[in-house]
Write a protein that binds this ligand. Structure first.
Ligand code: ATP
Length: 254
C-alpha cells in the first residue's frame, strides 16, 4: 500500500528557535495517525507546515504524489487535505447551513454567469450542495440548527460543525488540531465515534493532534511523539504507552 502522506526531514525555524527539527512521518489511506507531545513540542507548527500556513524551512512533504511543501493552503485544500484549528474558526455570522455551502464552492458549478442564467448545471449543483450539507448536519445532530448563525451554537456544536464543514470540502485527509479540547466526556465520546465513522464509512484518513490520551490511545493506528521539536518515538499505541523516553518526557513536564 502506498502512503497518502509522506513527510521527511521537516524543519521550521523562527529566528533562532527551531520549533520543528527533522520530523518524519507517513500516513496510509484510511489510517488514523496521531502526533502527540508535551506543550510547545511543535505539533501545531507541523500542522501549519503541512497545510500551507507556513513555508517550512526545510523538508519534503508528499501528498498523493504531489510535492506540497511551500504550496499555498488553498491549493493543498483543493488537493484534498483540509484541517481544523486549535481554536474553532467558523464563519460566525453565517448560518450553520451557509457554513457548509461555502465549504463546497470549489465543487459546485455556481459561477456568476451560471447563477445569473440559472443553468441546469447550476440548479443541479445547488441541489447536490444542499443535499450534502444536510447529510453532514444530520450526521452530527445539527439539522435543527441549520438556520441559526454559527455563533449561536454551543461550543461542542461549533466543534462538530467545524469538522463537518471540512468534510463538505470532500477531503481525503482530515487534519484535526486538538478536537477534544474543551469538550465534556460525553462530547469526547461522541467525537471518538465521529472520527471512527469518518475513517470507516467515509473513507478519509485522519491526522490528529490531541492531548486527551484516552482518546489518542483508543483510536490511533499509529502514533508519532515529538518533544522540543524533535521526533522522540513512534509506534502503535501499545508501543508508545510503554516507551520509557515518552513516559519521561511527559512526567518531566509536570
Ligand atoms: N509563529 C511563531 N513565531 C515564533 N515562534 C513560534 C511560532 N509558532 C510557534 N512558535 C513556537 O514554536 C514552538 C512550538 O509551538 P507549537 O504551537 O507548534 O507547539 P504545540 O506542540 O502545538 O503546543 P501545544 O500542545 O501547547 O499546542 C513553541 O516554542 C512556540 O512558542
Amino acid at each position: 500500500m502506498s502512503a497518502l502522506l509522506t513527510v521527511s526531514d521537516l524543519s521550521m525555524r523562527f529566528g533562532g528557535l527551531v520549533a520543528v527539527d527533522q520530523v518524519a512521518l507517513s500516513l496510509q489511506e484510511r489510517q488514523i495517525v496521531s502526533i502527540i507531545g508535551p506543550n510547545g513540542a511543535g505539533k501545531t507548527t507541523i500542522f501549519n507546515c503541512l497545510s500551507g500556513f507556513y513555508r517550512p524551512s526545510n523538508g519534503q512533504v508528499q501528498f498523493k504524489g504531489h510535492a506540497i511543501a511551500g504550496m499555498p493552503g488553498f491549493k493543498i485544500a483543493r488537493l484534498g487535505m483540509v484541517r481544523t484549528f486549535q481554536h474553532v474558526r467558523l464563519f460566525k455570522e453565517m448560518t450553520v447551513l451557509e457554513n457548509l455551502l461555502v465549504a463546497q464552492h470549489h465543487h459546485l458549478n455556481t459561477g456568476f454567469l451560471a447563477g445569473l442564467f440559472k443553468t441546469p448545471n447550476f440548479r443541479r449543483s445547488e441541489r447536490e450542495g444542499l443535499a450534502l450539507a444536510h447529510y453532514w448536519l444530520e450526521k452530527v445532530r445539527l439539522t435543527e440548527f441549520a438556520n441559526r448563525t454559527a455563533d449561536n451554537l454551543s461550543y461542542g456544536q461549533q466543534r462538530r460543525l467545524e469538522i463537518v464543514r471540512c468534510m463538505a470540502a470532500r477531503p481525503q485527509l482530515l487534519m484535526l488540531d486538538e478536537p477534544a479540547a474543551g469538550l465534556n466526556p460525553n462530547e469526547t465520546h461522541e467525537l471518538n465515534g465521529l472520527i471512527r465513522d469518518l475513517r470507516d464509512n467515509e473513507g478519509v484518513s485522519i491526522l490528529l493532534i490531541e492531548h486527551d490520551m484516552k482518546l489518542v490511545m483508543g483510536i490511533s493506528d499509529y502514533i508519532y511523539v515529538v518533544n522540543q521539536g524533535r521526533p522522540l518515538a513512534e509506534g502503535t499505541p501499545e508501543q508508545v504507552r510503554n516507551n520509557t523516553e515518552v513516559i519521561k518526557a511527559y512526567l518531566g513536564e509536570s
